[in-house]
Design a protein around this ligand. Structure first.
Ligand code: KIV
Ligand code: ZN
Length: 392
């Protein structure tokens, strides 16, 4: 049976993404990105951490007031009374206010960072959720994030007991972060399943993965199939260290798996470029989906397969059509010493010449020799060799 659930994309670019920038965004910049996310169709946006700075507090207040009716505005708070009070103050005017209260529960953090017992940590979490419930307007909701959940393999039974109490206190969304990606996707998914088994449908399950080993997309996608419905992501995977789960990668992976994506996917490329400019972080040429090399074929074998399947629904050497994500540059066949006849003929055509089979065979070794010496050839690079063959 196909999975008919739609994922809820919860975007934390303005919080986890911004906090990891060399210069975190100011309010005007956040407002521009917020509008872009709304235009994309994102319905849950974490706009900041009000206790982090006065600027963040004011920005959260303003975005909460301006957000469209159908968008959840979430703000982050540590599980301490001052943070909760400040966060409620910042978000309370939103149509859909949410507090995301977080606290670490892995043994290492509980023992060496918080220097508390698990009972004390559970009590901190429960009291914070109770306080938030008391202060938030009735339309508000509470998400609880188990920081370092991916590292909770050794104390999982205690964490599950704590979560039960946190849900009883009023949290309706339980977020499971892989705060540092030490745990591989299948192991993380087992942990997600354990929470699902314990809490059932009483809560909405969410995952929030970081990308230290480059597997955040895989972990997030597989967690969706294990029952997580909210997926916490950022644009271009911005975030602490190697970043958070990349929104676009997850959406396209789920789309390819037959899941309906409630976003304007044809605005992905534009949004990626927009946020890359705002962050002053260039998109790498090999970056999945958005890199300049995504649809460039260099080897002769790939060029042949790509060409023979270019009019089919499913193509041999691209995982999705470029237009799906709003890329109009499409597939490219370029010429290096690894390339084949097709790419060479294309380069000749760019010079206004169509060669015969014999002429092409004569040109090929010369072109490969030149490409071996200087790398990928442009139409201009090829011109002197082409003149030789045509005038032979
Ligand atoms: O990575 C993390 O654990 C977080 C939490 C604060 C949600 O960002
Ligand atoms: Zn995070």
């Amino acid at each position: 049976m196909p999975d008919m659930r739609q994922p809820i994309f919860y975007d934390t670019t303005l919080r986890d993404g911004s906090q990891a920038l060399r210069r975190p965004w100011n309010h005007e910049e956040k407002a521009l990105i917020f509008n872009r996310l709304v235009a994309l169709g994102i319905k849950a946006i974490e706009v900041g951490f009000p206790a982090a700075s006065e600027m963040d507090f004011k920005s959260c207040c303003s975005l909460a007031k301006k957000a469209p009716m159908d968008v959840i505005v979430s703000v982050l708070a540590r599980a301490v009374p001052d943070d909760v009070v400040k966060a409620v103050e910042a978000v309370k005017e939103a149509n859909h206010p949410r507090l995301n209260i977080f606290l670490m529960m892995n043994s290492l953090g509980v023992q060496h960072v918080l220097k508390k017992t698990m009972e004390e940590v559970t009590q901190m979490a429960v009291s914070s959720v109770e306080l938030a419930k008391k202060l938030l307007p009735p339309r508000g909701e509470i998400e609880f994030s188990v920081e370092h959940f991916g590292d909770c393999q050794d104390n999982l039974p205690e964490v599950l007991d704590a979560l039960e109490k946190i849900v009883n206190a009023g949290a309706t969304i339980i977020n499971l972060p892989n705060t540092v990606e030490r745990t591989r996707p299948s192991e993380f998914v087992k942990l997600v399943c354990a929470v699902k088994e314990r809490l059932g449908n009483r809560v909405q399950l969410s995952v929030h993965c970081h990308n230290d080993l480059g597997m955040a997309t895989a972990t997030t996608v597989e967690s969706f199939f294990a029952g997580a419905s909210q997926l916490e992501v950022t644009v271009n995977g911005l975030g602490e260290r190697c970043g958070n789960t990349n929104l676009f990668e997850v959406a396209v992976a789920l789309y390819n798996a037959g899941i309906s994506i409630p976003l304007k996917m044809n605005q992905f490329y534009y949004t990626a470029c927009f946020v890359a400019d705002m962050a002053h972080i260039e998109i790498a040429e090999k970056a999945p989906l958005m890199g300049s090399d995504c649809f460039v074929h260099r080897s002769g074998v790939h060029q042949d397969g790509a060409n023979k399947t270019k009019s089919l629904f499913k193509q041999q050497y691209i995982a999705y059509p470029p237009e799906l994500i709003g890329r109009m540059d499409g597939e490219k066949f370029v010429f290096t010493n690894q390339s084949g006849k097709l790419a060479l003929q294309l380069l000749c055509k760019q010079n206004g010449v169509t060669l015969t089979v014999e002429q092409l065979a004569m040109l090929m070794p010369k072109a490969k020799q030149l490409a071996a010496e200087q790398g990928e050839l442009s139409a201009l690079d090829l011109k002197p060799l082409l003149d030789e063959v045509v005038n032979f």
